[in-house]
Ligand binder design. Sequence first.
Ligand code: DAH
Length: 345
Amino acid sequence: MINDLNQLRADALAQLAPIWDDTALEEWRVKYLGRKGAISASMEQLGALPKEERGAVGKLANETKGELEAAYIAKVGAMKQRALSESLEAEPLDVTLPGRPVLRGRLHPATANLREIYRIWGDMGFQIFRSRQVESDEMNFQLLNIPPNHPARDNWSTFYVADTEQRVLLRTHTSPGQIRAMRQLSQGGTQPVRVILPGMCYRYEQISARYEIQFNQVEGLAVGRNVTFADLKGTLTEFARRMFGERPVRFYGDHFPFTEPSAQMDVQCIICDGAGCAMCKYTGFLEILGAGMVHPQVLRNGGYDPAEWSGFAFGMGPERIAILKHGIEDIRYFWANDLRFLEQF
Ligand code: DAH
C-alpha cells in the first residue's frame, strides 16, 4: 500500500508537469483529487488494512493528497502567468497611443456670468454685500415703499415661509439688501456706500420657458452726498460698455416704488447689432436692467437724511443677460443640470 501511494504520487506529478490547457488540467484533477479519484479510493482501502499499518499508511495518504493539491494550485497559477505573458507577446502594447482624455469640470454658466459681473463692478469700486435669502415682509416690501396690500405687490408673486406676524418669505428680489447694506455700512447715516448685492431670488410663478421660480439678481446701490441721475447714467453706461462692448444704450422712464425717478436701461441688441431680430423683437435693443434714484423714504429707512444724502440703485437678472448673450431659448435649462446644456459653455 505504501508503495502504491508512492507510485500514485510519482505518476500524478509526472502527468501534471506537461499539462498546459484547462481541459487536461480538469481531467487530471478529477482523476486524482476528485470525489471518485485515486486519492479517495486509497483512503477507502485504509479500513481493510490491519490495525498496525493503518496509522502509517493513513498519514502517507494524507500527505500525498496535500502534495497533489498544492501541485494543482501551483499549476493553476503557472498557467495564468503563462497565458498573461503569451497575450502580452501576441498583442504588444502600443505606448504611442494617445491617452484617454481626463474629464474636467467647469463653471456653471450662471456662475461664470455672475463672476464676470462681480469683476466689472469690483473694478468700478463696488464691494459685494451678501444679504439673506429668507426675509421679512417688512424688508422685502414695506421698507421699500410697498405697504401691505399695495397693488405693486402683484409684480412679485411671493413664496411665504411662515405666516407669522412678520410674514417670513423668500426674497422676491435683491432690493431688501439695500436696506440691510445701508443700516450695516453707513455708520448711522454718516458714510457713503457703494455695493452690489448678488444672489438667488424666488417667485411663485408658473414655470415656463420664460419664467423660473428661482433666479439670480445683482442689485447695486451707491449712496453719497452728491449722487445724481447723471452718475446713474454714467455708471450704468460704463458697466454696459465693459459687459457688452462699445454699443449704444438708452434709458426709458419706468416705475418702481423704491426709486424716484425710475428708469429702464436697454443696450443695443448683441445678436443683431441693432438691425432687428427675434431676440430683440425687431426693436434693435434689449432690456438689461431697472434702476433709479433711491426714494427719499428708502434712504430714511436705511438711516440716511435725504436732505443731505442721495443715491442710485439698479437691479439686473444675470440669467436673463446670459440668455440674451448666448441665445438660450429656455430659462429652465439653467437649473435642470443637463450636461448637454452645461457642456456648451
Ligand atoms: N427689484 C426690481 C425687480 O425685482 C429690480 C430693480 C429695479 C432694482 C430698480 C432696483 C431698482 O434697485 O432701482 O424687478
